[in-house]
Unconditional design. Structure first.
Length: 132
């Protein structure tokens, strides 16, 4: 996903409730990005002007063929993704580990549209070279 597309999708979500993925307890959610290692979810309350929560989930790919056979590449890619989480943390995201699911998650609420620098940080490592 190109950065301009990510910004446009964020803006569409922040201004409209018509294209949300699901609604739970007066919250709507939308998948901003989904790759083999990273998923980025936007969510907010149905109330007007509620902040948008950005959730970045990092986990090993569920496709076992992408992790079997090349241990060094898998480890290198995992280190890249841990560094990705570290950069999010250094820029205000809260990190936690969902131990039972094996998912690292970074979250941050935005009351206004994030800066272009935040959108650049959100681009996952596997896409960074292609889309920045």
């Amino acid at each position: 996903m190109k950065i301009n597309e990510m910004i446009e999708r964020f803006r569409n979500f922040s201004s409209s409730f018509s294209s949300f993925s699901f609604c739970e307890e007066n919250r709507i959610s939308f998948s901003l990005y989904e790759g083999s290692w990273v998923r980025i979810i936007l969510s907010r309350c149905l109330a007007d002007n509620s902040p948008i929560l950005v959730e970045v989930e990092v986990a090993l790919p569920t496709d076992t063929q992408s992790t079997v056979g090349d241990t060094e590449q898998t480890l290198t890619t995992m280190i890249d993704h841990l560094n990705y989480l570290l950069q999010l943390y250094r820029n205000g995201f809260t990190l936690e580990v969902l131990v039972n699911e094996g998912i690292w998650m970074g979250t941050l609420e935005f009351h206004v549209e994030p800066s272009i620098e935040i959108f650049k940080l959100l681009i996952p490592p596997v896409d960074r070279i292609l889309y920045l």
